[in-house]
Design a protein. Structure first.
Length: 265
């Protein structure tokens, strides 16, 4: 029996929820003061969806159990985890612009125009939809050229800087995002803004393979939506037909191999 479950049941007089034992690995890591990835990554590594530990509506029973253990078992303990609050009106990137500032760097809309023509550190970069995945990949591979997309699909300043990097400075990009309806919508919007090849890694064949291997069922997240980009339209068709979605956090091990290969081409 789990020590944490015993603690919960003895203190509350209630039965621990189904799948509560999955959290033992995370709680053990907290006990050892281990540096944890962003919370979405923690959840996916445990077999849950990315928002389970952040959003009380995703899986209320597990969320409430998780919060109860944090507040009662670890009530006086500082938890070491990487934050992922990078979204907004900023342009967040790592190893793109040649500067001696610590990476990653964050540019606000008033700084972005001044970066046009700024010397680049690399001629390739990976655009990451999810800010938690962005910061986790940067932690794992601090020299990789990464651009954080999250929350910026309708940010004009952000999009104009990306266009300048592609059109004027020849930066080659590849895009990685959640394989669900919203993720494909975001990718489609960016593909229209940039009008360049973005899916050298996230191909229809790989998407189908990932959906078969890692896919989770959810009608809402796999609803069919209109997509203009032909590559993404094929991916949307697979998502809708299979009725399955995959979150970026599930693909870290896949990304590590494929990004490394893409950067070396």
């Amino acid at each position: 029996m789990s020590y944490y479950i015993d603690f919960f049941e003895n203190k509350t007089g209630k039965r621990a929820p189904k799948d509560a034992e999955k959290l033992d690995v995370l709680f053990d890591a907290i006990s050892r003061d281990k540096m944890l990835p962003p919370r979405g990554q923690q959840a996916v590594d445990l077999g849950f969806t990315a928002h389970t530990l952040n959003d009380s509506s995703e899986d209320p029973i597990i969320y409430n159990y998780y919060q109860w253990i944090l507040k009662n078992f670890f009530k006086d303990k500082s938890i070491r985890e990487l934050g992922s609050q990078l979204i907004g009106m900023s342009f967040v990137s790592a190893n793109i612009f040649e500067t001696n500032l610590p990476q990653p760097i964050t540019l606000n809309p008033w700084q972005i125009e001044r970066m046009y023509g700024f010397k680049l550190m690399n001629q390739k970069a990976i655009v990451i939809e999810n800010n938690g995945v962005f910061i986790w990949l940067h932690k794992l591979h601090p020299k990789w050229p990464l651009i954080n997309q999250s929350g910026n699909d309708f940010n004009e300043s952000y999009n104009e800087l990306l266009k300048n990097l592609v059109d004027k400075q020849g930066l080659k990009l590849t895009y990685l995002g959640d394989l669900d309806s919203d993720g494909i919508r975001i990718a489609d919007h960016l593909s229209k803004v940039l009008n360049t090849e973005l899916f050298g890694i996230q191909t229809p064949t790989r998407t189908f393979n990932w959906l078969i291997r890692f896919g989770k069922t959810d009608k809402k997240r796999t609803r069919k939506i209109y997509i203009q980009n032909e590559v993404l339209n094929q991916e949307m068709e697979s998502i809708n037909t299979l009725g399955k979605f995959v979150e970026q956090e599930q693909l870290i091990a896949e990304y590590e191999v494929l990004i490394n290969q893409w950067l070396k081409k």
